[in-house]
Ligand binder design. Structure first.
Ligand SMILES: Nc1ncnc2c1ncn2[C@@H]1O[C@H](COP(=O)(O)OP(=O)(O)OP(=O)(O)O)[C@@H](O)[C@H]1O
Ligand SMILES: O=P(O)(O)OC[C@H]1O[C@H](OP(=O)(O)OP(=O)(O)O)[C@H](O)[C@@H]1O
Ligand SMILES: [Mg+2]
Length: 293
């Protein structure tokens, strides 16, 4: 049960790579966040909800213990917190904070798969995740735990390889390292406490989760409108990416053509528009979707 009677708590990263997008998600779900003079706690003025702003490492524990009802954290941090005790439940992936935990090493290291790490030292900030991966691969290696700047470990001869987060690859490149293997693909996830909040707040919690799901689903989704020759309808519907059954409407004064409206769940690229046009579509409009439920 929540520790503060009558209010829900959502744990978000205070500052760092997930902080801004987490706050955006909360706001897009209709929560009006007020920054007071307490830096740790932001209030929501239109609902009985507080945002607890903390180091991302603390978020899985706060949610698992029910100190917070919801939390936004990277899967990498959630997995590193896995210790056999009670866990927060993953509600859904959020589509941001994408990165990959990778094994990387100087090009001089002969790497033919995880077995090449046998007997070596590997530096990481994710010792538990790395330990489990090495065990699953049947490899024995020494893990050197570092809080940050893991990528300098090979140069300092602290380790022969590293296991660190990679997104663009620029950090690896700048340190003369090459990615070798993938340990974990990660993105931000919404997590919830394994225990229910007090009954008066249960409905609010469910509605916040549902709204957040709507925000995530609408991100990247597009509303496509076009005119199409009746004869090309099947071909055009097949080109629309991630669309269910499109809505087909008559065009006044035109028996040979129809208007087609569709919600596309996947990105609509210029190439897609060119293919639609080649199939006979005209007056193609692609519109962003603000909310979806
Ligand atoms: N290069 C990246 N690109 C995209 N997402 C990333 C990248 N690096 C990390 N992340 C994701 O963002 C999360 C937060 O990263 P950040 O660097 O802000 O963490 P931190 O320094 O541990 O912050 P804190 O002070 O909260 O402990 C990571 O745990 C990971 O899920
Ligand atoms: O592949 P890239 O796009 O270069 O990103 C990877 C880097 O991003 C993260 O660090 P961050 O920049 O968040 O700084 P930190 O090490 O201080 O957390 C991660 O720890 C890598 O060092
Ligand atoms: Mg951290």
């Amino acid at each position: 049960m929540s520790t503060v009677q009558g209010r829900l708590r959502i744990a978000v990263q205070k500052s760092g790579r997930l902080a801004e997008r987490s706050l955006d998600l909360v706001r897009d779900a209709g929560l009006r966040v007020v920054k007071g003079n307490n830096d740790l706690l932001y209030r929501v003025e239109n609902y009985p909800i507080d945002l607890l702003r903390v180091r991302d490492d603390d978020i899985p524990t706060f949610v698992a213990d029910g100190v917070c009802d919801l939390g936004i954290v990277g899967e990498n941090v959630l997995e590193e917190g896995r210790n056999g005790g009670p866990m927060a439940e993953v509600v859904m992936p959020l589509g941001f904070g994408r990165c990959t935990l990778k094994i990387a090493a100087p090009p001089a290291l002969d790497y033919a798969g995880p077995a090449s790490l046998q007997g070596l030292r590997v530096a990481t900030s994710y010792p538990r995740v790395l330990r489990r991966w090495l065990e699953a691969e049947g490899v024995q290696a020494d893990i050197v735990t570092m809080r940050g700047a893991v990528e300098v470990a090979p140069r300092l001869k602290l380790a022969q390889a590293i296991c660190d987060l990679v997104s663009t690859g620029a950090t690896l490149e700048a340190n003369g390292l090459a990615a070798r293997d993938t340990v974990l693909d990660s993105q931000a996830v919404l997590i919830r406490a394994p225990t229910a909040p007090e009954p008066a707040l249960a409905e609010l919690l469910d509605s916040i989760v549902e709204r957040m799901a709507g925000v995530v689903a609408s991100q990247g989704a597009k509303y496509v409108m076009l005119n199409a020759p009746r004869s090309a309808l099947d071909e055009i519907a097949a080109i629309l990416p991630g669309a269910g059954a499109p809505t087909v409407m008559p065009l006044s004064g035109r028996d040979d053509a129809v208007a087609v409206h569709a919600v596309c769940q996947e990105a609509v690229f210029w190439e897609t528009l060119e293919r639609l046009k080649a199939a006979g579509a005209s007056a193609i409009l692609v519109l962003p979707i603000e909310k979806m439920m």
